[in-house]
Write a protein that binds this ligand. Structure first.
Ligand code: HDE
Length: 720
């Protein structure tokens, strides 16, 4: 009873851990939604044993009605996601730049809820689509909720919010047949892109391996737009936000991605969940690039243009804090599905810039929650509540939870003593940054936004050879799926303005030649009364030829933490060989699984039992980062007859993964295509063979940390 008397304020105060709304049912009677204990949940109420069901069965009707209404509309974009709880800590007070409380007190652990997502696919689509990933962070700060709703790529396809519905309509499955799901490789997407030169920088990112991450835990995050930080003197600086994963930035190959989509479409979701369950908490450092107001115009691009990044070599990223994800949601729907992010959820010390894409987003996110979550009270859903108590004169509406006990719900009032009060800035009241605006009301794109190619070229030039090859292959794949030849030709025209060789290499596989005179400007993308002369792209020297920070080849490769290693084994396996490697890998934080042709147990050479983690039939090399083949006569004889085991090793090799083989596994390796190549070349990159006097553990660990041996793709290719 005491519980029932809890005031709304108490309820609000406890909401961060969501505990007031938790229910487990363990050791409890089953009840109806009205709390009535249920006696029979197996049979509906009937007129006689074999008679018709009675309308009066309110228990049946309640259950079915609730079921009928279980789904809510999925997000228009970013429908498929996975999320986790955690915390954020700042390293040093950032008072020089911002008065935001959570960026000033190193002792404060600010709770966060982070949702990663793909953009184009439906809620049930594969995690491994070629796509941008959403990276949304809700900080439950003591000053109110702050949402940083970013992506894993630092730029965007379009410069103005008014083009967003067009972009999304183009990339979504085509309207006549709802094909293809979660894929950009189709005519409508490339039709739109081929008419939107401003998208070319983002296209370079989206066709790069950044669009097929190895894990959500191994992605960078970006706020994309330029924002402002404001200090307690009211001084503003411009800022770009970054998340840097401590495990480095890694990806899979496209061939692998397509196979994972079948073998385990929940690959990223599972990876995040499993890592957190295992206590391997994902971590990111929070970075800022700060630009003084006086320097707003000193760059060769406009800070307000969301198709541009600020190269880290021009403005270094200062790492100012760390985020750790340490708790999985209890319930997917309640938390991951119902969380409502909004770039307009701000706290004092942070403010917007006039980026026209950001400005449009500020309208969209509340609007979309109204149709998705169905009520203006979506902030009362536990995952969306602020840890601050909420006091205002907003009242009523669908599904209102709060029971306001005041007589007044208006301001000013005297009957309620003038409450709730407004807060002065010194008391934490939010004030918008004072910005001078003296301008004509005008519907126009700034001329400072018209360099559509220089940064696309900068990105391309900054990639390693392997990354360039992957990007080229991605464009070949996507454009080969486009049926309308004119679209392919237009795309070649645009690509040739990024890099001539890139365009040529793509053209070869399309059976086309690069047009001499790319269509420019493209008439469909200018206003009806626009003067084409004003829409000519302008190339501006970026002052930098290449930016090493843009290449994943330069990411950290010093750890095998949480990497998944497969050990292929069967009866008669050399137990010592397994034990030694397993221990060495697990000591470094890797996850090791023993894979055998059956579940249960296998026996080692001495007849001792070894527990099997996965049945060979249910897994595939694409679900692992590396593979080890232990010795043992019986083991090798058995594996030699296992086509799946042979394919496992060949495929791991094809996808450029580290492979280690025990000294007496020779006969098995000879059966693989890798073995044949090895015989020719004697040595293969990332392939570690044990020798009589040397354990291979150290070399294997070093090889896994390298992530992939891309040189195999050009120098030592095999079919698999
Ligand atoms: Fe979003 N975006 N967006 N977006 N966005 C949504 O809001 C929108 C953009 C991003 O995990 C929607 O709650 C417009 C850029 C993420 O719940 C919607 C424009 C960036 C998520 C919406 C953009 C993003 C969304 C759909 C152009 C990177 C998932 C459901 C002006 C900085 C949030 C929802 C989550 C979700 C609108 C462009 C990131 C429709 C109008 C740029 C990570 O409101």
């Amino acid at each position: 009873m005491a519980n029932k008397k809890k005031s709304a304020a108490d309820t609000n105060a406890k909401q961060n851990d969501l505990s007031v709304n938790k229910e487990s049912g363990i050791n409890e009677f089953m009840t109806t939604d009205q709390g009535l204990k249920i006696n029979d949940d197996q049979n509906s109420l009937k007129s006689g044993e074999r008679g018709a069901t009675l309308l009066e069965d309110f228990i049946l009707r309640e259950k079915i009605t609730h079921f009928d209404h279980e789904r809510i509309p999925e997000r228009i974009v970013h429908a498929r996601g996975a999320a986790a709880h955690g915390y954020f800590e700042v390293y040093e007070p950032m008072a020089k730049y911002t008065k935001a409380g959570f960026l000033n007190d190193p002792k404060r652990k600010t709770p966060v809820f982070v949702r990663f997502s793909t953009v184009a696919g439906s809620r049930g689509s594969t995690d491994l689509a070629r796509d941008v990933r959403g990276f949304s962070v809700k900080f439950y700060t003591e000053e109110g909720n702050y949402d940083l709703v970013g992506n894993n790529m630092p730029v965007f396809f379009i410069q103005d919010a008014i083009k967003f519905p067009d972009l999304v309509h183009a990339v979504k499955p085509e309207p006549h047949n709802e094909i293809p799901q979660a894929a950009s490789a189709h005519d409508t997407f490339w039709d739109f892109i081929s008419l939107m030169p401003e998208s070319m920088h983002m296209i370079m990112w989206a066709m790069s391996d950044r669009a097929i991450p190895r894990s959500y835990r191994m992605m960078e995050g970006f706020g994309v737009h330029t924002f402002r930080l404001i200090n307690d003197q009211g001084k503003s600086v411009f800022v770009k936000f970054h998340w840097k994963p401590l495990l480095g930035v890694h990806s899979v190959t496209w061939d692998e991605a397509t196979i994972i989509s079948g073998k385990d479409p929940d690959f990223h979701r599972r990876d995040l969940f499993d890592a957190i369950e295992a206590g391997a908490f994902p971590e990111w450092e929070f970075g800022i690039q700060v630009i003084e107001e006086k320097d707003e115009h000193k760059f060769p691009f406009d800070l307000l243009d969301p198709t541009k990044l600020i190269p880290e070599e021009l403005v270094p990223v200062q790492r100012i804090g760390k985020m750790v994800l340490n708790r999985n949601p209890d319930n997917y729907f309640a938390e991951t599905e119902q969380v409502a992010f909004h770039p307009g959820h701000l706290v004092p010390g942070i403010d917007f810039s006039n980026d026209p894409l950001l400005q449009g987003r500020l309208f969209s996110y509340t609007d979309t929650q109204l149709s998705r979550l169905g009520s203006a009270n979506f902030h009362e859903i536990p995952i969306n509540r602020s840890i601050n108590t909420v006091h205002n004169n907003q009242r009523d509406g669908h599904m209102r939870q709060q029971i306001n006990t005041d007589r007044t719900s208006y301001s000013p009032n005297s009957l309620g003593g003038g409450c709730p009060f407004q807060a002065k800035a010194t008391e934490g009241g939010f004030t918008s940054h004072v910005e001078r605006i003296d301008a004509k009301k005008i519907r126009v794109r700034s001329q400072s936004f018209f360099d559509h190619f220089s940064q696309a070229t900068l990105f391309y030039n900054s990639q390693s050879e392997a990354e360039k090859n992957h990007l080229t292959d991605a464009l070949r794949f996507e454009l080969s799926k486009v049926e309308t030849v004119a679209i392919r030709v237009r795309m070649l025209g645009l690509l040739s303005q990024v890099d001539k060789t890139l365009a040529k290499n793509v053209a070869i596989e399309l059976g086309l030649t690069v047009p001499n005179k790319p269509e420019q400007p493209i008439n469909h993308s200018i206003p009806a009364d626009g003067n084409p002369a004003k829409f000519q792209p302008k190339l501006v020297d970026q002052g930098i030829e290449s930016s090493p920070a843009l290449s994943m080849a330069n990411t950290n490769k010093d750890s095998i933490q949480t990497r998944k290693i497969a050990i292929l084994a069967a009866d008669g396996v050399n137990g010592t060989s397994i034990q030694q490697i397993k221990k060495a890998l697990m000591d470094k934080g890797a996850v090791v699984e023993i894979i055998a042709p059956r579940l249960g147990e296998i026996k080692n050479e001495k007849g001792e039992a070894i527990k099997v983690d996965k049945n060979l039939r249910t897994v595939s090399s694409v679900l692992y980062d590396a593979v080890y083949v232990p010795g043992g006569k019986g083991n090798i004889a058995a594996l030699m007859n296992e086509a799946d085991a042979i394919h496992f090793v060949d495929q791991a090799y094809k996808h450029c993964k580290a492979i280690a083989v025990d000294i007496d596994a020779e006969n098995f390796i000879a059966k693989t295509t890798v073995g044949q190549l090895l015989e020719e070349r004697k040595e293969l990159p990332g392939f570690v063979y044990a020798t009589k006097n040397k354990s291979l553990a150290a070399d294997f660990i070093k090889a896994i940390a390298q992530h992939r041996f891309w040189e195999r793709e050009t120098q030592a290719k095999i079919p698999a």
